[in-house]
Ligand binder design. Structure first.
Ligand SMILES: NC(=O)c1ccc[n+]([C@@H]2O[C@H](COP(=O)([O-])OP(=O)(O)OC[C@H]3O[C@@H](n4cnc5c(N)ncnc54)[C@H](O)[C@@H]3O)[C@@H](O)[C@H]2O)c1
Length: 338
């Protein structure tokens, strides 16, 4: 298939690019680099051994999006392009609505005009908010606790309405849990700008000496060791889920919303310990107050993905930490500045 990756220069998009090319697809990356580095393209070329078709594109620019689709033929789109910081979304909700929801509307419009009828969408476990029970199934109550989460929920709903209005349009909403790790080459990985919002890149930056110590938010949660429990998933397993979702859309000609997680809950301190082992170094941390809006424990019931996509996570916490550390130690400051 000829596939467009919107936001394909980002962390998850870059890893999905590698898997899709390995599966024999013809893949084009589109991005505005608002949260990524052009340096990723050279690395993708190095990994795949071929030039990386790239299109500069800002999804907020409706004319540019429509114009682009008018001159290209695609069999499917994978839509990663979004702003994703919870804290920033509370400070600048309108920017998040404009970029994430507005950008998605423009993309859907462009796809419709051009007759592109398959979409894989990066949704998030954040749509479950504070779940009533774990493991979380796809039919759990949806509730959001911040503007970022609201954009993901609204985008799922917009896509759902479009699917209902057009029998030929099919989408796979992938609700990611907590992606971590990196490609085994150490050439691509997570490279956040500023202070990392997520645990693994923070641990990596402490390990490599860019930050003094990790703050652990809350040591009194009702969990195995008092720290928050999440479902960490290796980014290469997650990348594979996109290829499987595309195969599903072609094979089954229907839409799907599915969790992408391992089904295993891992606490903050368990992840810190696993990382310390993998990197053979101490990770200094201090336990501080809980963050408002955080929840104790969220992990997936991934059985629907297994039944529908034939997908299951294969890589464990050890591989996640080893690969994250390889990326960070080989690239202490992230991608080289061009
Ligand atoms: N990383 C996570 O923890 C996580 C968890 C659940 C869901 N998600 C979702 O997965 C997707 C990818 O996440 P990621 O971690 O790779 O993030 P990322 O920021 O690394 O990648 C997103 C990419 O989209 C691009 N982008 C943003 N707005 C754009 C626009 N208007 N036009 C064109 N490009 C634009 C950015 O430049 C970036 O390259 C996002 O939609 C995110 O909400 C991520």
């Amino acid at each position: 298939m000829r596939i467009l990756l919107c936001g394909g220069a980002g962390y998850i998009g870059a890893h999905a690019y590698v898997v899709l090319v390995e599966r024999g697809h013809d893949v084009v990356v589109a991005d505005n680099f608002s949260n990524s580095s052009p340096g990723v393209l050279a690395r993708l070329r190095q990994i795949t051994g071929r030039p990386v078709p790239f299109q500069p594109l800002d999804l907020r620019d409706r004319d540019a999006v429509t114009g682009f689709f008018a001159h290209q033929a695609f069999d499917a789109v994978v839509h990663f392009a979004a702003l994703k910081s919870v804290g920033e979304s509370c400070e600048r909700p309108l920017d998040y609505f404009h970029n994430n929801i507005g950008g998605t509307l423009n993309l859907l419009h462009g796809m419709r005009e051009a007759g592109v009828e398959r979409l894989v969408f990066s949704s998030s476990a954040t749509v479950y908010g504070d779940p009533d029970h774990v493991p979380v199934r796809e039919d759990a109550r949806l509730q959001v606790t911040n503007p970022y989460g609201r954009t993901k929920l609204v985008m799922e709903e917009l896509i759902g309405d479009l699917c209902r209005s057009d029998a030929g349009f099919h989408a796979a909403n992938l609700r990611y849990f907590n992606p971590v790790g990196a490609h085994a080459s150490g050439l691509i990985g997570e490279d956040p700008t500023g202070i990392p919002n997520n645990l693994m890149p923070y641990i990596c930056q402490v390990a490599v000496g860019r930050r003094d110590r990790l703050s652990v938010f809350g040591g009194d949660w009702p969990t195995v060791d008092g720290t928050g429990v999440r479902d960490y998933i290796h980014v290469m397993d997650l990348a594979r889920a996109h290829a499987d979702a595309l195969d599903f859309l072609v094979r089954e000609r229907r839409s799907l919303t599915v969790n992408v997680g391992t089904g295993q809950g891992v606490s903050v301190l368990q992840l810190v310990e696993a990382f310390a082992q993998a990197a053979a170094r101490r990770i200094p941390y201090q336990v501080v107050a809980r963050r408002p809006g955080d929840v104790a424990e969220v992990y997936a019931d991934p059985s629907l993905a297994q039944r529908t996509l034939g997908w299951r996570a294969e890589l464990g916490v050890e591989a996640m930490c080893r690969d994250a550390w390889r990326w960070q130690s080989q690239n202490p400051q992230g991608y080289p500045v061009a």
